[in-house]
Ligand binder design. Sequence first.
Ligand code: PEP
Ligand code: MN
Length: 361
Amino acid sequence: MEKKIQIDNIKTWGLGYEEKPVLMAGPCSAETEEQVLETAKDLSQRGVKIFRAGIWKPRTRPNSFEGVGSKGLAWLKTVRQEMGMLTTTEVANVKHVYECLKAGVDILWIGARSSANPFAMQEIAEALKGVDIPVFVKNPINPDVELWIGAIERLHQAGIRKIGAIHRGFSSFDQSLYRNTPQWQIPIELKRRIPTMPMICDPSHIGGKRDLLLSISQKAMDLDFDGLMIESHRQPDEAWSDAKQQITPEKLSHLIGQLVMRDAQPAGVSLTTLEELRFNIDRYDKELMEIFEKRMKESQAIGRYKKENKMTILQAGRWDEVLQKSIILGEKHQLSALFVERVFKAIHQESINKQNAILNG
Ligand code: PEP
Ligand code: MN
């Protein structure tokens, strides 16, 4: 656990966050003054308190729309004055930070490409020294929890105490289902390491398409996230960036209404049944460990045999046979092929490590 990181309770940040989910919504990009104001007005009338809009857009390929730049900051100011909303935008360098502070942007967020870059993070953090502003840090594009924590630590070292994390998924070659695969175990690990960290999920960039927004948002709520950042545009199909994943303010409020909210520790609910069930889980986990130990002892015996007979650790045919057999057996026990494959790859790796220690250790 990262004990040194102190984060102010998000309910004291002045975000108007009383109950879950705290919601940040608005277009991927600010495009025109009219689009910004109309979208913000609609969102505000539906109870959204925090308006997001990208002013400087990090685009994967050149010659795409790269944001309206500084002039959009004046539009955010109008949103704050006319709608009374808090405003937030992405900062990727020192210039962005200074311009946002000058324009009175209420909340900053760091994009996924910047949190992956320690040089950029250090510069941004230094530009924020002595400033008391909430800063949300999106996960780096690559699934590296240390890099995410490092970005947070740099801000913390600069004295920022209102830091939140935004989970927006991770880049991968296979984009068949998700635009950015969620890999939920990474935000879960971040929260384990920094338990006071406010957690926001960005289902828009994880899903990359409208149809997935509800299920991803529900999952985040069930994992006890504090809130959501969702892209919303008055005419999503006409959006200048990320059109496929944006929804109208009306669809957004419908989506929020559909979410089932559950509590981690509901008041007045007896935890005895839960404790009994957990007792069984803990017992089975212990049994699993004992079985793993026995299995590894056999691997080590095989390792000694291979050493004596100058055999390689890996015989590809044998490993494939183990994996295929396990997947078929797993099916009979209602275990998904993906789960069995992951577990057995981990077992196999541990087994190789143990045998390697015998052959070369
Ligand atoms: C965005 O929020 O529009 C954005 C560019 O996000 P990310 O940094 O997560 O790609
Ligand atoms: Mn976007």
